[in-house]
Design a protein around this ligand. Structure first.
Ligand SMILES: C[S@@+](CC[C@H](N)C(=O)[O-])C[C@H]1O[C@@H](n2cnc3c(N)ncnc32)[C@H](O)[C@@H]1O
Length: 257
């Protein structure tokens, strides 16, 4: 069984130093989601970062406020109590965090929407593998397409359960996410996100049938117009076989471009 609120704390000091050192944080505003008992927070502060730490557990917030009273007084640490999925987050440059795994997807999408220079994030290994899955492989899905459209992702570290207390049942990967402009023009980002969502919620269907299943999202007229304009060989394939460029092509046709 997993710990409540994904509270698997890092106890491997070698791993903590590696994670804090993957990007230069000195003088930068670093967002940490889920500081827990503060082991990574301490490493980031020691490297000269100003840390904004968002923690959902009120008991941990209280412990952190006592343990880091000096850093808070000096303005080097701001603790934001609340749920990182929805709480207002003060401005930041970089993200470094051992994320709560059960909300990895929602937090990743939220961070990409807010924007950042670079993020070093820990995920469950299988989740990270889905993020980097190339087109045509079984792991590819909404997550991989959306993340790869707006960022490049590089695995940095593979950690075993022994790095944590209590030990999780899964391995963990630390990855670097660097946002970038989409490699292909996207006329309307909301339409693009909707296309990717609709097609992967019918992932066994061909693109033609998947689009026609999206009548709650797109008007029947715009779906038929897009189908008439798209190449037949694309309409016969399945979403997991499409390149990013082809999702952009479909979305641009639906957006009327
Ligand atoms: C995997 S632990 C990491 C703790 C610490 N960073 C470490 O490495 O030891 C995840 C942390 O995220 C917190 N957490 C869980 N869900 C959260 C949420 N929605 N928003 C903010 N913090 C959350 C948990 O209370 C816990 O402290």
């Amino acid at each position: 069984m997993s710990a409540p609120r994904d509270q698997h704390f890092l106890v491997d000091h070698w791993a903590v130093e590696k994670i804090a050192g993957f990007v230069e944080v000195s003088g930068r505003r670093v967002l940490e989601i889920g500081p827990g008992e503060g082991i990574l927070t301490r490493a980031l502060l020691d490297r000269g970062a100003t840390v904004i730490a968002v923690e959902i557990d009120p008991a941990l917030v209280e412990e952190l406020e006592i343990a880091f009273a000096d850093e808070i007084d000096e303005g080097r640490l701001e603790i934001v109590p609340g749920d990182a999925k929805k709480v207002d987050i003060p401005p930041f440059d970089i993200v470094v965090a051992n994320l709560p795994y059960s909300v990895s997807s929602q937090l990743t999408f939220r961070l990409l929407a807010i924007g950042f220079e670079v993020a070093v994030l820990m995920y469950q290994k299988e989740f990270a593998q889905r993020m980097i899955a190339p087109p045509g492989t079984s792991n590819v899905g909404r997550l991989s397409v959306m993340v790869q459209t707006y960022a490049s992702v590089k695995p940095l570290l593979d950690l075993s359960p022994t790095s944590f207390r209590p030990r999780p049942q899964v391995r963990s990967w630390v990855v670097r996410i660097t946002p970038r402009d989409p490699p292909y023009p996207i006329a309307d980002r909301q339409v693009y996100a909707d296309v990717v969502r609709v097609l992967f919620s019918h992932r066994r269907k061909t693109i033609r049938k998947g689009l026609r299943s999206g009548k709650d999202t797109f008007s029947p007229g715009s779906i038929e117009r897009a189908i008439a304009e798209l190449p037949d060989d694309l309409l016969q394939r399945r979403p997991e076989d499409l390149a990013l460029e082809e999702f952009a092509l479909i979305a641009n046709r639906l957006a009327g471009c």
